[in-house]
Design a protein. Structure first.
Length: 132
């Protein structure tokens, strides 16, 4: 592990983007159950995000109206944690497959296409922040 992998780095972003990251990392943990260290790392990333948002709703229905559009998050993670997020966001194959699945309703296909595109945008944004 390099020094940059261990160094804590703070990145500001729209909170709505952090919600996508949180969901992505939750999915990574779910498919990594046979890798306890990876699951623990995913849990750490998500918990760091929750701690940065003391107003994070605990009720799933409350997430429908949270966060306010202008809310900005400031998250501090190690370089290696940011790279796990970037790699996870960039892996959009499943969403692209669902977006192309003609057997799915058009609304769901569009949703998956939007998630894939936004995930790739956020991954690029984060990589740019780490490179600067």
């Amino acid at each position: 592990m390099s020094e940059n992998d261990l160094k804590l780095q703070t990145i500001q972003m729209p909170t709505i983007d952090w919600l996508l990251i949180d969901g992505t990392i939750d999915n990574v943990a779910a498919i990594s159950m046979d890798e306890p260290a990876r699951v623990k790392r995913c849990s750490h990333i998500r918990e760091t995000g929750w701690q940065a948002h003391p107003d994070w709703p605990t009720d799933i229905e409350a997430l429908d109206n949270w966060p306010p559009a202008e809310k900005i998050s400031q998250i501090e993670l190690s370089g290696s944690d940011w790279h796990l997020i970037i790699d996870s966001l960039a892996d959009v194959e499943a969403d692209l497959m669902l977006a192309a699945d003609a057997s799915m309703p058009a609304e769901e296909r569009e949703y998956h296409a939007l998630i894939a595109a936004r995930s790739q945008e956020i991954a690029g944004f984060l990589q740019q922040k780490l490179d600067s």
